[in-house]
Design a protein around this ligand. Structure first.
Ligand code: F6R
Length: 360
């Protein structure tokens, strides 16, 4: 049932155009979206949480929601809920993001917040799993079953749904500019084609890059703003299946410590979002890595000014900034996949990992 693909992971990477389209269509017709939007718009504080890849999708919502709806959204890793609990109470809303709907860390966060009177919205891929059962409202992604342990279509479907939710929240708060709303809705309606084009355009380049990177034991994945959760997701993928130590942090932090580790040929992957302001800021970060002899790679829109500074560049379709996870994540997934294969590991069965983590 791998449909001719050598691994489930590669099959699922290629299922993403359909998965994101079906998720979007589901959301467009979901009667519960208005309910979720009302809860969020009237909330005193909005929290969003998840573990692993789902936490990266949660961070994406925090960034897009804050930027599009002008409402601060607090993201945290679900196992860290204790830290955030003292300030939470009635009038607040928690969004729990979980593909399986069974992750114990996320379920415990949900229960603790609920006990304090917080309303809970979940985003899940599995109907009637534990987290949806205990939520006030659930919005479903339509990724279909994900067999590969490394989450792939999970992330692109979650970020599709959450970006749409952020737009609707922006309408409700009145903070979303009409032109921006138009642009983002136009881009999101072609989400399937964008992902498909990213797959077609980047496969070969990612494979070539994988053979260079697979010889390294360590790498940095850097970005700014909306690209940060995408960079973190790229680093998580290459860690968990290719066993390359990868660290991801907002690029402005380099000079505050991490650059000390950079020497000749140290790989640094830059996620350059579809946002000219962030792109301009990243040019300086690329220069500072280049000056230390790093092997610099960029994933970013076609025609970026960064191209000439970088050692290697993987262009992705240019679209609205909020859709950065849909385009830029694709080559990062493929890079991790091909690096694992190159090193002789089975990407479907990463060591020490389970698909669903039902223990704390
Ligand atoms: C990473 C991965 C994990 C899961 C995490 C949460 O590739 O698969 O990080 O994302 O365990 O799982 P869910 O979304 O089922 O709560």
């Amino acid at each position: 049932e791998k449909s001719g693909y050598p691994h489930f992971m590669l099959k699922e990477i290629h299922e993403q155009p359909r998965a994101v389209m079906e998720t979007l269509h589901g959301a467009l017709h979901d009667q519960l979206i208005p309910e979720a939007v009302e809860l969020l718009a009237n909330a005193e504080k909005v929290y969003v949480t998840g573990a692993g890849t789902s936490f990266h999708a949660a961070e994406h919502f925090s960034i897009t929601g804050t930027r599009l709806a002008g409402k601060p959204i607090i993201s945290f890793i679900s196992s860290e809920y204790d830290t955030y609990l003292p300030a939470a109470g009635e009038g607040d809303v928690l969004i729990v993001v979980s593909q399986s709907g069974e992750t114990m860390d996320s379920l415990k966060a949900l229960r603790a917040f609920k006990r304090k009177g917080v309303r809970v919205i979940s985003v899940s891929n599995v109907i009637d799993s534990a987290i949806p059962r205990e939520s006030h409202v659930t919005l479903y992604t339509r990724a279909g079953p994900e067999i590969g342990v490394a989450a792939t279509k999970t992330f692109t479907t979650q970020t599709t749904l959450l970006t749409y939710l952020a737009v609707r929240l922006g309408e409700a708060t009145g903070q979303l500019d009409a032109g921006e709303r138009e642009g983002i809705l136009r881009s999101i309606s072609s989400a399937g084609e964008l992902v498909k084009k990213a797959l077609e355009d980047t496969g070969e380049r990612a494979k070539k890059l994988a053979s260079a990177i697979s010889r390294s034991s360590s790498a940095y994945y850097l970005s700014r703003g909306v690209g940060v959760p995408v960079a973190k997701e790229g680093a998580l993928k290459i860690k968990e299946i290719a066993y390359i130590h990868a660290e991801s942090y907002p690029a402005g932090e380099s000079k505050h410590g991490p650059i000390a580790l950079v020497e000749k040929s140290f790989p640094v992957v830059f996620v350059i979002p579809n946002d000219t302001y962030l792109e301009t800021l990243l040019l300086g970060n690329i220069e500072e890595m280049k000056a230390r002899g790093a092997f610099t790679v960029g994933v970013g829109p076609e025609g970026s000014r960064a191209v000439e500074l970088l050692n290697d560049y993987i262009p992705v379709p240019r679209t609205h900034w909020a859709l950065t996870p849909l385009t830029h994540t694709i080559p990062l997934q493929l890079l991790a996949y091909y690096a694992a294969v190159e090193k002789g590991f089975d990407p479907d069965k990463p060591r020490n990992l389970a698909k669903t983590v039902t223990v704390e």
